[in-house]
Write a protein that binds this ligand. Structure first.
Ligand code: SAM
Ligand code: SF4
Ligand code: F3S
Length: 494
């Protein structure tokens, strides 16, 4: 459900979404695959790489399980609950296999990497297991599985970025696209399984990123979201060492320069790495959206240290202050974990008070889920009872609700530039899009269509949506937009 969803790094509404670029003629392709995706935006982007590899090798895609010869599940291991949901799904597919001998089931992504061959050997649940860095071997693994051999490849790579593969856009609205700019993570936050399932951090060739973004613009896309677990540590060295290294700020600038009509977003920023250069680049280009996802995880410096986040509460607050100093209207979102090992009521109160300070527009909130093999699992006891973790989570959620509603209410009366993404879920007479700060805006459609920019004057709001009407900006508002554009133009010249 891409429709009318605020961009989310880990979007609950999209879990289990099945994808198809277009229904392929069933008699043309040798075999058909069905693919279901879970987890973060990077996993959804990977499914598009997988689809591209399979289609290039003569397979066709289908959105109907009944028409599929191979069923793939692109999986997530981030929390126990995520794995449980997927496991249930695998059992359903395993039953389907009994009814339809010859059907192959494959596990892709982070759970494949974490559990490796046990899914085939011990649990006998699936036929193919492929980790995130081994998708190029999918066609040969399918052939192995068809001939009854064990089909497993979970090798992690130090340099695979799939840079040369043009992702097959799946279920796309033709307006926004995800573009992976790096893979893996070197950060080793103690609670997190990602460094183990996705391997070492590596940056993708900047030229291939620019090429992909330009292609997207030329085919009508109007927004790209540059993806990585830690985009601020993007670092690509072309050819010879040292000369001409490309930082994230430089990459952002190059993508923004493709065309002023192409909006640019990015996710995720790490508080220890986001630089003034990135913030200045955001200020400089009108088409780089004023929105930053800056996960904090906890408001207590003691817990942040145990989490190995490598910043303190004070460092984080200073970053937020700097963002607001340079980009006063910047949308800000976060991730927060409650009930991490040894978290006291005082630590929890610090998380609440940090939220009071930051007043996030959007927050993704979780209770701590111990993951096998992580630093926290090896070093600390998971000692906070589930009911305490959940009560603290509820307090965080309740507080955030107040802040997010306030954030919506303060936009009533303002005018925003909105990129139209499609029809509103509730009425065909309405369109929806998002403003710079990533808020969903709904308005009567007039004679406009998706992919266009319009100015919307907000008249009311719900907790998740701004509601308004198309407007021609007033002289004052126009001056405001012109002034912003003028300032940015001046900065571009300098
Ligand atoms: N790389 C990003 C970062 O550093 O913020 C996000 C990584 S992760 C895919 C998304 C979020 O899941 C994290 O920010 C964290 O809040 C949450 N998360 C990760 N491991 C978790 C765990 N073991 N239990 C609960 N939440 C977890
Ligand atoms: Fe996990 Fe930390 Fe890396 Fe994010 S930065 S993916 S939380 S290890
Ligand atoms: Fe993403 Fe889940 Fe893997 S959040 S990186 S799919 S563990």
């Amino acid at each position: 459900m891409l429709h009318q969803a605020t961009y989310k790094e880990h979007d609950e509404a999209r879990q289990g979404e099945n994808y198809t670029p277009f229904e392929m003629a069933l008699n043309v392709n040798k075999k058909h695959f069905y693919i279901e995706s879970y987890g973060c935006a990077m996993n959804f982007a990977d499914s598009e790489v997988v689809a591209s590899i399979l289609v290039d090798n003569g397979y066709g895609s289908t959105s109907k399980i009944e028409a599929a010869d191979i069923v793939f599940v692109n999986t997530c291991s981030i929390r126990e609950k995520a794995e449980e949901t997927i496991r249930k799904r695998l059992h359903t597919f395993s039953k389907l296999k009994k009814a339809r001998p010859g059907l192959l089931v494959g596990v892709l992504g982070c759970m494949a990497e974490r559990l490796k061959a046990t899914l085939i050997e011990k649990e006998k649940l699936v036929d193919i297991v492929v980790g995130p860095d081994s998708y190029r071997s999918l066609p040969s693994l399918i052939e192995d599985a068809e001939s009854g051999q064990k089909a497993v490849n979970v090798l992690l790579s130090r340099d695979e970025t799939y840079a040369d593969i043009s992702p097959l856009r799946l279920n796309s609205n033709g307006v926004n696209a995800f573009v992976s700019i790096m893979r893996g993570c070197n950060n080793m936050c103690s609670f997190c399984v990602v460094p183990f399932t996705r391997g070492r951090e590596r940056s993708r060739d900047a030229d291939s990123i620019l090429h992909e973004c330009r292609d997207l613009f030329d085919t009508g896309y109007r927004e790209v979201t540059l993806l990585g677990q830690n985009v601020d540590s993007y670092h690509w060295i072309p050819g010879t060492k040292g000369a001409g290294a490309v930082s994230f700020a430089m990459l952002l600038e190059r993508v923004a320069r493709i065309d002023p009509r192409l909006r640019v977003r990015f996710s995720t920023s790490h508080p220890k790495d986001i630089t003034d250069d990135v913030l200045h680049t955001m200020v400089k280009y009108e088409n780089i959206c004023n929105y930053i996802h800056l996960p904090v995880q906890s408001g207590s410096s003691r817990i942040l240290q145990l989490m190995n986040r490598t910043y303190s509460r004070e460092w984080y607050v200073a970053k937020v202050d700097r963002i607001r100093e340079l980009i006063p209207d910047c949308g800000l979102s976060t991730d927060m974990i409650t009930g991490f090992c040894t978290e006291t009521e005082e630590d929890h109160r610090q998380s609440l008070s940090l939220m009071e300070y930051c007043r996030y527009d959007l927050a993704y909130m979780y209770f701590y889920s111990e993951r096998p093999g992580t630093l926290a699992e090896r070093r600390f006891e998971d000692d906070i009872p589930p009911e305490v973790k959940k009560r603290r989570l509820q307090e965080i959620i309740d507080l955030h609700r107040i802040h997010s509603l306030e954030s919506m209410q303060k936009d009533v009366g303002k005018t925003f530039k909105v990129l139209i993404e499609g029809h509103s879920k509730k009425s065909d007479a309405d369109l929806f899009g998002r403003n710079d700060q990533n808020k969903v805006v709904v308005f009567p459609k007039g004679d406009h269509q998706k992919g266009e920019y319009v100015y919307i004057k907000v008249e009311s709001c719900t907790s998740g949506t701004l509601i308004g009407k198309i407007t021609t900006p007033s002289v004052k508002e126009n001056l405001h937009f012109q002034h912003k554009a003028y300032l940015k133009q001046q900065q571009n010249i300098q």
